[in-house]
Design a protein around this ligand. Structure first.
Ligand code: BGC
Length: 723
């Protein structure tokens, strides 16, 4: 259906119908609203039966489709696959994997009758404690943008839409609906907007969700500069923009700014002081405060997209997506996204090694975060179940002790799992240090290795804390690790820590107590299977960190997170500018515990043969990677560029390209070729992208601090590019 058809539809619409189309129908299933036609979906657009315009269904989210698994009076189930969290997907650094995950999610979206997926989420990890970092990819905009673009391509190849969110600079949960993010245009363009720019240009997403926060004094959903100048004029975005749920405070300003759709609609149901959006927009058009042309433009933006949706096409969905096939994709993404942080000759373990498994997380394995990024899969394979399923020799007596402990404790009032608003589970952490000395001794005697699971959960609506039990180990977790370390090592046996977490925790003060650390993130429904295969080396870890693990929370440059005043932040000033993540640590020589891009393997790789070819508008970098060890494995090669000192201050170096190799057998090589646009290595200054002249260094490495090859190229003449 072409644009003229859309225009003809618009010409037949009454003013009321047009206004109805730019405001959602209300939060389905809450405040007396009926459920969505797909129960559990986050929202719906209004249908106009008279003109054959159906309702489009919108549902979360980043780790898989979030809909209700059960429906009233219905025997069938509607489970969706729980994929690894986005941060883990980014740890794969594998565009094909992201596209495959996108395809799988897209198929579930389509076959469950949803039209637009509210993902990917792509805010930058400005501070390790943002409660939703698990839903975001990385501290780096290139990695974020590339991962998002591949995911969107995958989703949209299934005939449904993806929605980039939260646009933009939504980097904390504290007071997220009112906080004013104050940030320079340079930091916006280079860091906080860049990922969105890449995804918009490369993948043409159907939709973008404007963020809750204010950006330099104006709500993102009411920010014309952001939604019209940057998104449409500078980048050429052709889809439609929707608000985040109940965002902003002025529907007329939202319309004018270029926020086409207000979601979920009916804000007055949660805030009686606020006016009904439909009424407000209608009155504004009637009394001349809002031009009908603007309304028409927004309706057109929405319809142009929706005419391609399954709803519009009358697609007959099956409610039977290929969950079995998708479980395999979730597994594949998980094994590629785990990051081996430390390995002093302990991993992989032998398949018949006797394992003493410690930590409540072996049973209560955390599959992902809470809130709209949650999922409702058919099952979650816990770490213990995964090891058992693969017939690893788990100490069953110890496992039973843990099982009994967890069920006894959870039956006590203080540790009962409670449900907050919208059914979000709150599970108070169980003390980890409960095993008697005898039990520990016995476990050490009987087993070859000790594995300690450390778990964390975070979610939408609250930020993590720089405290024990969250960013730091709790005292009981530390005691558990100390004791296990002491008893196992005193018998010449080794200890491994498994980090089942959604974002960085402090590791520097205790990592010497263990011989290996495997970061398994929150790997979705297949977690246990993923862990088992990595431990025994059936798969070689090939993930690399998409976000720095700082030595200590006090090292993080966003010192004022989550804003001022401390007790009730209204404003957060991004004083650190572009110095986010490794851009800060590497420029100011602050050594992290594990740097951006870091990740070990069971094999080793050698880099060689760097060639740099400069063309008119790009540089072509090529080099060879050889597997020099004994295991087949994949390597993530990273290309950083160090710009010359010029008029604008520059970070020490910045990621400008990357490549994940195929599975290389011992002795096998792959030649890597990466082309980098010159525009993409310029800096934003006074309204333009500027490529300063001088000598640039190309730094090819296995991480941001493990540079293996360097070379240079020269820019003779300064170049300028429009934003
Ligand atoms: C979240 C969005 C989500 C929406 C609908 C909001 O609270 O910020 O990410 O898509 O709810 O569930």
């Amino acid at each position: 259906m072409g644009v003229s058809k859309v225009d003809s539809m618009i010409s037949q619409m009454t003013l009321e119908e047009k206004v109805g189309l730019v405001v959602g129908v209300g939060l389905p299933g809450f405040f007396g609203n009926p459920h969505s036609q797909v129960p559990g979906a986050a929202g719906e657009t209004r249908r106009i039966l008279r003109l054959g315009i159906p309702a489009a269904v919108l549902a979360d989210g980043p780790a898989g489709l979030r809909i209700n698994p059960k429906r009233e009076g219905d025997e069938k189930t509607y489970h969706a696959t729980a994929f690894p969290i986005e941060t883990m997907l980014a740890s794969t650094w594998n565009r094909e994997v992201l596209e495959e995950v996108g395809k799988a999610v897209g198929e579930e979206v389509r076959e469950y009758g949803v039209d637009i997926l509210l993902a990917p989420a792509m805010n930058i990890h400005r501070n390790s404690l943002c409660g939703r970092n698990f839903e975001y990819y990385s501290e780096d905009p290139l990695l974020t943008g590339e991962m998002a673009a591949s995911f969107v391509k995958g989703v949209q190849s299934q005939g449904v839409g993806a929605c980039l969110k939260h646009f933009a600079a939504n980097n904390q949960e504290t007071n997220r609906m009112i906080i004013d993010t104050v940030v320079s245009e340079r930091a916006l363009r280079e860091i906080y907007l860049k990922g969105f720019e890449i995804a918009v240009k490369k993948a043409k997403p159907w939709a973008v969700m404007s963020a809750y926060n204010k950006l330099n004094g104006r709500y993102c959903s009411q920010n014309k500069w952001l939604l019209t100048k940057v998104l449409r004029e500078d980048w050429g975005f052709e889809g439609f923009v929707m608000t985040d749920w109940y965002a902003g405070d002025n529907p007329v300003e939202q319309m004018e700014a270029g926020n086409d759709l207000i979601m979920p609609g009916k804000v007055n149901q949660i805030n009686p002081k606020r006016k009904d959006e439909v009424e407000e927009i209608l009155n504004a058009v009637k009394d001349g405060r809002l031009s009908e042309n603007i309304l028409d433009r927004n309706v057109r933006n929405i319809l142009k997209v929706l005419v391609n949706s399954p709803a519009f096409k009358g697609y007959k969905y099956t409610d039977k997506p290929d969950l079995e096939g998708h479980a395999k994709i979730a597994y594949k993404a998980g094994v590629e996204g785990a990051v081996l942080l430390k390995n002093d000759g302990v991993l992989p373990i032998k398949e018949d090694a006797r394992i003493a498994l410690f930590g409540v997380g072996q049973i209560e394995t955390v599959k992902g975060g809470t809130g709209s990024g949650d999922t409702h899969p058919k099952y979650v394979i816990s770490i213990l179940e995964g090891l058992r399923e693969k017939h690893l020799k788990v100490d069953e007596e110890l496992a039973k002790t843990y099982g009994d402990y967890v069920s006894t404790m959870r039956s006590r009032d203080e540790y009962k799992i409670r449900r907050m608003f919208f059914g979000i589970p709150i599970a108070p952490k169980l003390p980890e240090d409960f095993l008697t000395e005898e039990k520990l001794e016995e476990a050490t005697e009987k087993n070859d290795i000790g594995i300690v699971v450390i778990s964390r959960i975070s979610g939408e609506g609250y930020d993590r804390k720089p405290e024990k039990g969250d960013y730091y180990l709790s005292d009981d977790e530390r005691r558990l690790i100390e004791k296990v370390s002491q008893v196992f090592r005193s018998r010449g046996k080794k200890v491994v820590a498994l980090l089942n977490i959604g974002g960085p925790i402090e590791v520097a003060s205790w990592r010497d107590l263990v011989d290996g650390i495997l970061l398994i993130w929150q790997a979705g429904q297949e977690t246990g299977r993923i862990v088992a295969d990595l431990l025994i080396g059936k798969v070689n870890p090939s993930g690399k960190l998409p976000t720095t693990f700082p030595k200590d929370y006090s090292d993080i440059p966003s010192w004022n997170f989550p804003g001022e005043p401390k007790n009730n932040p209204q404003k957060v000033v991004y004083d650190e500018g572009i110095y986010v993540g490794y851009r800060y640590y590497d420029t100011f020589n602050v050594k992290p515990a594990y740097e951006f891009g870091f990740g070990l393997s069971y094999t080793t790789f050698e880099y060689g043969g760097l060639k740099i070819l400069k063309t008119e508008n790009s540089i072509k970098v090529s080099f060879t990677i050889t597997n020099t060890g004994r295991f087949p494995g994949k390597e993530v090669a990273q290309i950083y560029i160090r710009a010359p000192k010029g008029a604008v201050d520059k970070p020490f170096h910045e990621l400008k390209g990357f490549h994940k190799t195929k599975l290389l057998n011992p002795g096998e090589s792959e030649t890597v070729e990466v082309e980098i646009d010159l525009r993409d290595i310029s800096s934003f200054n006074c309204g333009l992208w500027i490529l300063e002249k001088g000598e640039y260094e190309v730094r090819v490495g296995a991480s941001s601090r493990d540079i293996r090859l360097t070379g240079t190229f020269t820019i003779d003449e300064e170049k300028k590019y429009n934003p």
